[in-house]
Design a protein around this ligand. Structure first.
Ligand SMILES: [Zn+2]
Length: 450
């Protein structure tokens, strides 16, 4: 019934880093997608399935292998936090949406910024990108296959290059680095010889023939060394690389794709927070492995260990992915709760808020909040993109707020009224203290301010 030769790896190679929730929490979507790819390659008990074309007969949602995750989730005792209790039996399928891939993110960005008539063109261009982010097909071929003018494909390509990671949809590494250089120069960052070296001495650069480069350019070795340093610091040869989180790439402009979406429903006057996933791919425990694990006693010693090890590992991985998603969602909802004014009325209404406060509210550790919000971005109800870290602003000092309240008063406010207003804004101080601060700020009492 079970061919051991079909199984890719017999050795039990568990990579703790991948199983670690702390690490998964830190990764932005695209880097998470890469971690998932790696785990899929290494663990035969984990599988990815695509949505089928036949929608669910009950809700019209996507189905996976005949299962509608939405209806299944509603009819069972599905609980997103189940994994915390170490009891996954209530959710035997362990379905979880896969993180968005670079292609899916690019497509979502393009769809949002292009008229519907151009969506097929966007799909064809993104579909033509290889794993490294280079454009594999000729524009003319794409235009012919779609029966449209090449200019239209060209226009969508320009948009793709603007929206995607720097250098995306170029033809090769040289073109990629030139595109990145052009973008940097637009921001006032550059080097006098970088362009000439990439254009005319790309192979010499790769082969470290610095003396030849210096001679050809008529400059000294130091200038070439500086240019080389600039190039390695700021440019990279594969467009897709820049989309991923990389500690060494501090100087690189990373492609930002939203990890979360905050939406506003006007009819209900309510916000909705969604962690953005792949629209069509689900991860789950491989049913064959699940079945084998259930009947593990019938297997030989070696097979049994293999099956149990990989199934356990897949379960932990899926549970951690689910935990990451629910943690992000809870944090997003806590943020929305405190930043209503900002979300409705703009940046001037950003409320002071610290990670520690959110941590206390959600009974999480402050470092968990830091990890979950680091390097993540969200779309706002108005469609713009904001790093989640920008929601956290330190409380201003109470004297500044007091000064502002008085500066904006229509009629002079008494110290008691000021104390009440400060307390509403998160500064619970007594009337006497208001009087003291007011004196320090050399602001006269209310009866002298009229
Ligand atoms: Zn359904």
């Amino acid at each position: 019934m079970f061919e051991m030769s079909m199984v890719p790896q017999m050795g039990m190679r568990v990579t703790p880093a991948l199983l670690n929730l702390t690490r998964l929490l830190t990764l932005p979507t695209l880097a998470l997608q890469q971690a998932v790819e790696q785990e899929l390659n290494e663990n035969p008990a984990l599988e990815e399935i695509e949505a089928q074309d036949s929608p669910c007969f009950r809700c019209g949602g996507p189905t996976y292998d005949g299962v509608c995750v939405r209806c299944e989730a509603q009819s069972s005792t599905y609980e997103p936090t189940t994994a915390q209790n170490g009891d996954e039996e209530t959710d035997p399928l362990l379905f979880i949406a896969a993180p968005r891939s670079l292609s899916e993110s690019l497509l979502a960005d393009l769809y949002a910024s292009l008229p519907t008539s151009e969506h097929t063109l966007a799909l064809a261009l993104v579909g033509s990108l290889d794993d490294q982010g280079f454009l594999a097909d000729e524009l003319e071929d794409i235009a012919v296959s779609l029966g449209v003018a090449v200019e239209r494909v060209q226009a969508v390509l320009i948009r793709l290059r603007e929206l995607g990671p720097p250098g995306i949809a170029t033809r090769d590494s040289r073109e990629c680095m030139l595109a990145q250089l052009t973008m940097l120069e637009g921001q006032g960052i550059g080097n006098a010889y970088a362009r000439a070296i990439i254009l005319d001495h790309f192979e010499d650069l790769g082969a470290r023939r610095y003396k030849q480069i210096a001679k050809a350019l008529g400059v000294n070795a130091e200038a070439v060394a500086e240019a080389r340093e600039f190039i390695t610091q700021h440019l990279w040869p594969y467009p897709a690389q820049s989309a991923l989180s990389d500690g060494k790439a501090a100087n690189r402009t990373r492609y930002r794709t939203p990890d979360m979406a905050i939406m506003y429903h006007q009819d209900e006057d309510a916000f909705n927070v969604e962690v953005l996933n792949s629209p069509r791919r689900m991860l789950r425990l491989n049913p064959l492995y699940q079945e084998l694990a259930r009947n593990a006693t019938e297997l030989g010693e070696e097979e049994r260990l293999h099956v149990q090890e990989y199934v356990a590992r897949a379960r932990v991985f899926l549970a951690n992915l689910r935990q990451r998603e629910s943690t992000l969602k809870r944090i997003g909802e806590a943020i929305v709760e405190r930043q209503r004014d900002f979300l409705l009325h703009g940046v001037r209404h950003l409320n002071p808020m610290t990670r520690a406060e959110i941590a206390t509210e959600l009974s999480l550790h402050e470092s968990t909040i830091s990890r979950a919000t680091a390097d993540k971005t969200t779309t706002l109800p108005n469609g713009s993109l904001l790093p989640i870290s920008e929601f956290f602003v330190a409380a201003r000092n109470v004297q500044d707020v007091l000064r502002e309240l008085i500066a904006n008063e229509l009629n002079p406010l008494s110290d008691q009224e000021l104390a009440e207003m400060l307390s509403e804004r998160g500064y619970p101080i007594a009337r006497r203290t208001v009087a003291k601060y007011r004196d320090q700020l050399k602001i006269p009492p209310s009866h002298l301010r009229a």
